[in-house]
Ligand binder design. Sequence first.
Ligand SMILES: NC(=O)c1ccc[n+]([C@@H]2O[C@H](COP(=O)([O-])OP(=O)(O)OC[C@H]3O[C@@H](n4cnc5c(N)ncnc54)[C@H](OP(=O)(O)O)[C@@H]3O)[C@@H](O)[C@H]2O)c1
Length: 319
Amino acid sequence: MSLLVLGGTGTLGRQIVRKALDEGFQVKCLVRNFRKAVFLKEWGAQLVYGDLKLPETIPMTLIGITAIIDASTARPSDLYNAKEIDLYGKYILIEAAKKANIKKYIFFSILNASKYSEIPLMSLKLKIENTLINSDLDYTIFSLAGFFQGLINQYALPVLDKQSIWITGDTTAIAYMDTQDVAKCTVKSLSISDITRTNLPLVGNSSWTSLQIIKLCEKLSGQRSKISRVPVYLLRFARRFTQLFQWAWNISDRLAFTEIIAGGDKFDASMDDIYNVLQLNKNDIMTLELYMQEYFSKIMKKLKELNYKVKDNTEEIKF
Ligand SMILES: NC(=O)c1ccc[n+]([C@@H]2O[C@H](COP(=O)([O-])OP(=O)(O)OC[C@H]3O[C@@H](n4cnc5c(N)ncnc54)[C@H](OP(=O)(O)O)[C@@H]3O)[C@@H](O)[C@H]2O)c1
């Protein structure tokens, strides 16, 4: 089976490329910057130029492809409106997939998107979900809650660096998952014929609030965190204000997500059926405790080595 992966340079996409290559798939990556994607080529993937903002570049990338895994999404730094990438670009991709007779189409959505359709990114995800449902493609939609990897910048580094961590309320618990596990399940699903035209949640084994994650980072690093609380009404005001300007819609979207984190919902789902279908065991899935433990022990070791060197140098200078 030959795969076309979109978003191969991203947090999740790169893990999918790695896993698919390890499993013996032929992998082609649609990328918009070859230099940035050179590591994918070194791993053994083929690179092909494409940009979801440039519809004419999409159909050619599908030549010789049996399955598409779309892990792309607009970067927060992208000045363009997310709609161009996460809606119009994907409409074109789905149309091209139909014409190219693609056998499997995998798309990543966001858990609970239908509850928050007033948030632009959620509504774009829902529109693509519906387009797939109304197509005759054999699709799998995986609805994700969040990644362990994002928690490093959000919590682990600020705790280590004694920077302020901004939180709103602390009631929403999210079942974050390691992107390596998302990739493992995604690639495995390609070989399971029971998984067809369906939407499945893909989440970690336990859900975490911001404060619980901060406490875990404090425990593992031995550092105390600096927590700053932002009132939700302030976020709401900032969101409404940024919504007035098209160039600020991405910021507005992100503020809306922060509001969700304060909203007390649960971003969690049972994975028992999916593990059964995928023939995976719950214990094969990484826990946040272990992931953070490995991260902090690596970083603490590096910091110790650095101190040693500084000490050695100082002693050398003294002599
Ligand atoms: N992160 C989360 O917590 C989370 C939660 C729920 C669902 N998801 C979904 O999971 C998927 C992967 O997310 P992620 O966090 O791994 O994404 P990411 O790290 O932000 O990566 C985005 C990827 O999309 C590519 N891309 C952006 N604009 C493009 C364009 N115009 N044409 C072609 N490719 C383009 C980027 O390429 P460049 O490197 O060239 O920018 C990059 O490879 C997305 O569908 C996302 O919505 C993520």
